[in-house]
Design a protein around this ligand. Sequence first.
Ligand SMILES: [Zn+2]
Length: 309
Amino acid sequence: MDRCGSWDRLSDSHHLRVARIGEIKTYESTRKLYRHLDRGTGKIVAATVSEHSGKWRVSFTVEVARQVPVTRTPERVIGIDVGVVTLYTGASPEGEQVLEVANPRHFVTAEKRLAHAQRIASRRQGPKPGVAPSKRWKKSNCRVQKIHRDVRNARKNLIHETTTTLAKNYDVIVVEDLNIAGMVKNHSLAKHVSDAAWGEFARQLEYKTKWYGSALVRVDRFYPSSKTCSHCGTVKATLSLDDRVYHCGTCGLTLGRDANAAINLARQGLAGTSSGTGRGGEVRPAQQKLVATAHPDEASTETPTFVGA
Ligand SMILES: [Zn+2]
């Protein structure tokens, strides 16, 4: 059932009033949205109630007057290397690793459960022309959809948490301009690339840096961030994807592959935004180690809110 109406409104941060149905308690808090409405800085343009594999959700289209902060001076710079084993590795231009987000491999672990659920569904009477699907098929299909949904949501959540933390805590965020289409063609990488949702990461950073007044710098994809030594600048001719540790034959540096790449990206980005503080200039030393914290209400206005428990 889909239904839209401009008279849907929030009674408080946990209750939604829908025309003809009445008041519904929301599972997720809508505090952020409610505050916007209360202050008059936001307006619900439309609300859509939908059902998907047994869960009801309502999504709001909202107009929010957002105060765009003044662009900050590039003091806190972070380079982000996006990887497969470690999802996001962040380092400062001074060569300190300040962020590490492990890849939870939601998809890989869920894959076994998914295969099992799909096998069960395939043995049952599914929808065919002229034949209605059986109740048992519907039930097993529901389970398949649920695993898909859980993976999708967990992945989305992690990307939101990471990008919000970055956009709020750093002035300049440097990422590699990845060739995602090309990487997905490489089948051994394909599954992990889509798992990590690299494109979504960059897309979120793009708009969140605007929200918080920080800047996103994309470094040319041909810049050899992984092959360059972050200590002496020597560029290796080859570096296999399996080499998890970077070892420099010239100066003897031994460093994690991702950390080395992240440092190079941070410096590259800093050189690109040389307004005021140049490379190695007056940059704030020793940044605090970031622990990706949850902001459950952060995305409440852009991701569907669950209703009912
Ligand atoms: Zn070196």
